[in-house]
Design a protein around this ligand. Structure first.
Ligand code: CO
Length: 254
């Protein structure tokens, strides 16, 4: 499938889908605390999406059973919410969720610390978030897609972390996953030319140890093979004539 260029009308819908998702993430950030279950987070997430008149796009996606992926500590992505999984002090909790507004999808992820965490784990979270911003410095019309990948890799690798290769970012629009795939690791080629009107989900997934991952027997939850902590940060962005527009962030930059 070709990479789609969104019309001004579509961009307006993508902006609103992004803005509403940023609100959902801000609300969710406020409920993460010791004692809450990952299923409680899912219930709240679904409610926040639906009360905005939107639809959760993860729910039933290829059989996925929830509205949010909640991935704790060594879980990289796609953790399935459970009543039996209780958040505790010292955890890091990645929340990845998305919604559909008037047929247009948004997708974003944040990693939250619960209470006190070690300086090492805080640095993993900070580097993961910053790697997104390093990547999108290259997200300009005329540059090439893998300039983003190469910038993320160069930044993250300088800290010695493992960049997950088994999962990648993606185009987004009338579908959650559109072309192109966006690796977070360096590529030999520079990839397609970036053009105004492309909407992309850029989402580095970074492990403190090995880049290798494996799947739990639920067939969804991805964990780091060495069980080292993992962080995830994602926004939906719009390529413009100038700076990229980050659609899933409010001015608070949460
Ligand atoms: Co995504």
């Amino acid at each position: 499938m070709a990479v789609t260029i969104k019309s001004p009308r579509e961009i307006a819908c993508m902006r609103e889908a992004g803005r509403l998702l940023a609100e959902v993430h801000e609300e969710l950030a406020g409920i993460i605390r010791p004692g809450i279950s990952t299923k409680d987070i899912d219930r709240e997430c679904e409610k926040l999406i639906r009360e905005r008149g939107c639809t959760p796009n993860f729910l039933h996606y290829q059989g996925y059973p929830a509205s949010v992926c909640v991935s704790v500590n060594e879980e990289v992505v796609h953790g399935i919410p459970r009543d039996s999984h209780i958040i505790k002090e010292g955890d890091i909790v990645s929340l990845d969720t998305g919604l559909i507004y008037k047929g247009y999808h948004s997708d974003a992820a944040r990693t939250h610390a619960v209470g006190q965490i070690s300086a090492d784990v805080q640095r993993l979270m900070d580097v993961t978030k910053q790697s997104f911003f390093e990547g999108i410095k290259m997200a300009r019309a005329g540059n090439r897609l893998f300039d983003i990948s190469n910038a993320i890799d160069a930044y993250v690798s300088s800290f010695g972390y493992g960049i997950v290769r088994a999962l990648v970012g993606h185009g987004i629009g009338t579908k959650l996953h559109e072309d192109p795939q966006i690796p977070n690791f360096a590529q030999r080629r520079r990839g397609i030319k970036l053009r105004p009107g492309m909407t992309l989900a850029v989402e580095p997934m970074i492990n403190m140890g090995t880049a290798e991952v494996e799947w739990l027997s639920d067939d969804w939850t991805v964990i780091s093979r060495d069980h080292s902590y993992s962080a995830h940060y994602e926004n939906t962005i719009l390529i413009t004539d100038g700076e990229p527009e980050i659609l899933t962030l409010t001015s608070a930059r949460s």
